[in-house]
Design a binder for this molecule. Structure first.
Ligand SMILES: Cc1ncc(COP(=O)(O)O)c(C=O)c1O
Length: 412
């Protein structure tokens, strides 16, 4: 199951600078084939899409269409169900504003949500008066620390009811690395006739995703977290919901017919992509998907799990280090990815991150990770945690350097 990390690293020119990049949950590095795909568009077939008859635009349009197909297939769907967005945030906002929420509706989210899957719903509560319910751990079982923040399917049972219009949950917590059982939760949604939106920003880059098998109605993700460029992402919308949904924006490229009084929108993903799309970004995202497929998502996941497990187990040996989220046993249960959140007691997370950077060019994230309510639940406030997040280009030697330095910081 091993990957050739040395060969992989040669595809990432930024690594020549000597950085040890452990902040891939924020954004991933970009390999040469993705850079090439973006440049290829600007160099060789730079034209708008879907709007002309000349050869160059036809090449661009065909490639844009192909990019839809490649990315859709990667997550187990077809291009008629995938719209390109700017990022996960835009995908979630598209759903929140497009499903016709009304005052009497209820929206269910979880304690683990990123601000991008909270603010659109809080706004709906403020402007429409919807009921917003946040699922938190119901009970902390014996021997289980509050710092684990465990969430099980059973925690959602009471919250999802006949009033629930949509359940909007993260697949993987960006702050904890913990995985929600979305497939099981989808069954609860079906029983109550509720829609299910999965925020897959942290899962699509790290594991094999099959949207249909997952049983969700919407799935949002970002290209820049999966080796693609910034400014491009995807939103899967179940085909039968596309007709009745309102797009986030309306304008050129999305219409069948227009008069001064009215317009008729196209009945395809184009309805949701008005205006000139991020064509170069789509080419880059498609190349990123091909790159990941070339390696194999099972291998990517296994490699990250191995590194994540080692980080957790070694940090656990340090008396004054506190780890948040599930322990390393959760890898075997399929409840974890390689993201590790922790604190060195008595040392501000910013200081830990700065020392890692200045002493060994190690990049990790410090702070609330756009999860202020979760950090408050953990009693951490906006200071938050230190978060390491590995990807397919991290070596075991890099992980060792990181651990060495944490040992040193925790002893000083
Ligand atoms: C779980 C999760 N959801 C949503 C987002 C927002 O992603 P973007 O900034 O690409 O829209 C992130 C980004 O870190 C995330 O981790």
């Amino acid at each position: 199951m091993n990957m050739n990390i040395k060969e992989i690293r040669e595809d990432f020119p930024i690594l020549d600078s000597g950085i040890i990049y452990m902040d891939s949950a924020a954004t991933s590095l970009t390999p040469e084939p993705v850079l090439d795909a973006v440049l290829d568009y600007y160099r060789n077939y730079n034209a708008n899409v879907g709007r002309g008859v000349y050869k160059l635009t036809q090449i661009a349009s065909q490639k844009y269409e192909d990019a839809h197909k490649t990315v859709a297939k990667f997550i187990g769907t077809t291009s008629n169900e995938l719209i390109f967005t700017k990022n996960t945030t835009e995908g979630i906002n598209t759903v929140a504003s497009g499903i016709g929420l009304k005052k009497e509706d209820k929206v269910v989210v979880s304690l683990w949500e990123h601000h991008s899957n909270l603010l659109p719903w809080i706004r709906a509560k403020k402007t429409l008066g919807i009921d917003l319910e946040v699922v938190k751990p119901n009970a902390i079982s014996e021997g289980e620390a509050k710092t684990q923040c465990a969430l099980e399917t059973s925690d959602f049972v009471d919250a999802i009811d006949k009033k629930t219009k949509i359940v909007a949950i993260t697949h993987v917590s960006n702050a904890l690395g913990s995985i929600l059982p979305v497939k099981e939760i989808s069954k609860l949604c079906a029983e109550s006739n509720a829609l299910l939106l999965v925020d897959a920003a942290q899962s699509v880059p790290h594991m094999k995703i099959d949207v249909r098998d997952m049983g969700c109605d919407f799935l949002a993700f970002s290209g820049h977290k999966m080796l693609g460029p910034t400014g491009i992402g995807g939103l899967v919308i179940k085909e039968e919901l596309m007709d009745e949904m309102e797009p986030l924006t309306v304008g050129g490229g999305a219409v069948e017919d227009v008069s001064f009084a009215d317009y008729r929108l196209k009945q395809s993903y184009e309805k949701f992509e008005s205006g000139t799309p991020n064509i170069a970004g789509a080419m880059g995202l498609s190349a990123a998907v091909e790159y990941l497929e070339g390696i194999g998502m099972e291998k990517v996941r296994a490699w990250e799990e191995k590194q994540g497990k080692r980080i957790i187990e070694e940090l656990r040996e340090l008396d004054n280090v506190e780890i948040y989220g599930y322990g390393s046993e959760a890898f075997e249960r399929g409840q974890r990815i390689g993201v590790v959140s922790f604190n060195v007691k008595g040392v501000n997370p910013i200081e830990v991150a700065s020392r890692l950077d200045t002493e060994a060019s190690i990049t990790v994230r410090s702070g609330h990770h756009c999860c202020i309510p979760l950090m408050n639940y953990l009693g951490l406030g906006a200071e938050g945690t230190v978060r390491s997040s590995v990807y397919l280009y991290n070596t075991e030697a890099e992980v060792e350097t990181f651990l060495e330095l944490i040992r040193k910081i925790s002893n000083s």
